[in-house]
Design a protein around this ligand. Structure first.
Ligand code: CAA
Length: 401
């Protein structure tokens, strides 16, 4: 494991021309096409499919997939830059993209067989098909290994039974990466060994929409990121071809956790994007709004809030860039990703609270974006590993030393 100090060395903060181009392209697209629709997306509870198609045409849905598989062939840092820009405009649109890229495209790229890449990765990278990641269940969230969805071998297929909860893109996705327990009784082990071994029976499956026995259940109503759909997925004697097993039968848990390590970087980038929206909107408002005979931006009480927001956003972004760079180098990024997510999500929640405060009464109204940022920011402390789980991961990594 790279220690915190080691991981902080040897970084070049200058972006390459390619990375700058990705950032600029995403910034222009976000400003022109996403930001003007952010309120409507939130109110109508839907990111329009044509907006997703436009992101796909810019290469964002397969951003670090090699060109041979229809991707843009860029790197994880470019993806973080693009994520920040899209989320600065609209966090719902951002999470539709990140659930697809980080949680479906990424494991297909890293663990998929050549045949699976040909069949699924290409369609996902080009945005022809949308993906979702089905890990959480009604009774297992943070304790992911406690899942009850089962997978039983049945000839040349696996029979899946169970329920998945809180699945981002669950209703709109064409392909789901689904995790299930192949040894519901703990296999041949017993007692505490059984508890320890439970994750070793977990497998990952690629399940296509339309597979008999696979259906979408309840659609959730949420505090924020309302434009992205969050659904329950139901599996009832769902027969999945053995060729759709992703990785080995006992590799599912490691696939899930290593995938989430990458996902946490993009959620951290999302948090930076939301925090930046808070700062930029607060700045614009504070320069316009007058109180006691002057613009409120002239008051130190407001300036200090803005200064704290700006400083924390820069610090969070540096953590994101470090984690993404480690991922690009193929180095261990478990610690760096958890630190980036823990810190950036905290920054986003604080920035959103201050943004509402700076807007005052107007901050509480849906006419202004502040309340949306406030609602959207909160989820970054919860999904893809809560802040408490991030602390646990960080502690475990630093104690390994
Ligand atoms: N990568 C690969 N393997 C890993 C790993 C990692 N980051 N972390 C641990 N492992 C391995 C361990 O080495 C161990 O393997 P061995 O048995 O071979 O030694 C195995 O996994 C089990 O490790 P633990 O005993 O540490 O596992 P645990 O059951 O105690 O769980 C945890 C650890 C960190 C709490 C983990 O369960 C976790 O991250 N929970 C949070 C789950 C989560 O983030 N859910 C989000 C849902 S998805 C979502 O939100 C998406 C969405 O829709 C937007």
């Amino acid at each position: 494991m790279a220690t915190t100090t080691e991981a902080a060395t040897g970084f070049d903060l200058a972006l390459t021309e390619e990375q700058e181009l990705a950032q600029r392209t995403a910034r222009d697209f976000a400003r022109e096409k996403v930001l003007p629709r952010a309120r409507e997306i939130d109110e109508q509870g839907k990111v329009p499919r044509e907006l997703i198609a436009e992101m796909a045409s810019l290469g964002f849905l397969g951003i670090y997939v090699p060109e041979t598989y229809g991707g843009a062939g860029l790197d994880a840092l470019s993806y973080a830059l693009v994520s920040e820009e899209i989320n600065r405009a609209c966090a719902s649109t951002g999470v539709v993209m990140s659930s697809h890229v980080s949680l479906v495209v990424d494991p297909l790229l890293h663990y998929g067989s050549d045949a699976q890449k040909d069949r699924f990765l290409r369609a996902l990278a080009t945005g022809e098909r949308l993906g979702c990641f089905a890990l959480s269940e009604p009774a297992s969230g943070s304790d992911a290994a406690a899942m009850r969805t089962s997978a039983r071998r049945d000839g040349d297929a696996w029979m899946l039974n169970g329920t998945k909860n809180f699945i981002t893109n669950g209703a709109s996705a064409d392909i789901a990466v689904v995790f299930a327990q192949t040894q519901p009784d703990g296999g041949s082990t017993g007692g505490s060994e059984r508890a320890k071994a439970r994750h070793r029976g977990i497998a990952a499956f690629i399940v296509e929409k339309g597979t008999p026995g696979f259906s979408v259940g309840k659609l959730e109503h949420k505090l924020g990121i309302r434009g992205s759909d969050t659904a329950q997925l139901l599996f009832q004697d769902c027969r999945v071809p053995a060729a759709n097993l992703l990785g080995g039968a006992g590799e599912g848990f490691k696939i899930a956790l290593s995938t989430l390590d990458g996902g946490r970087i993009s959620i951290a980038a999302q948090a930076v994007g939301i925090a930046r929206a808070c700062l930029e909107d607060s700045l614009a408002y504070a320069k316009e709004r007058e109180a006691f005979g002057k613009k409120i931006v002239e008051f130190q009480a407001i300036q200090w809030k803005l200064a704290d927001m700006a400083t924390e956003i820069d610090a969070a972004r540096l953590l994101v860039w470090r984690a993404a760079t480690l991922k690009d180098r193929g180095e261990d990024h478990i610690l760096a990703a958890a630190q980036a997510k823990l810190f950036a999500s905290d920054v986003a929640v604080r920035a959103a609270r201050e943004c509402v405060q700076i807007f005052g009464g107007y901050g509480y109204l849906t006419d202004f974006p502040a309340e949306r940022h406030y609602r959207d920011a909160k989820i970054t402390e919860i999904y893809e590993g809560t802040s408490e789980i991030m602390n646990l991961v960080i502690a475990e990594e630093i104690l390994k030393e």
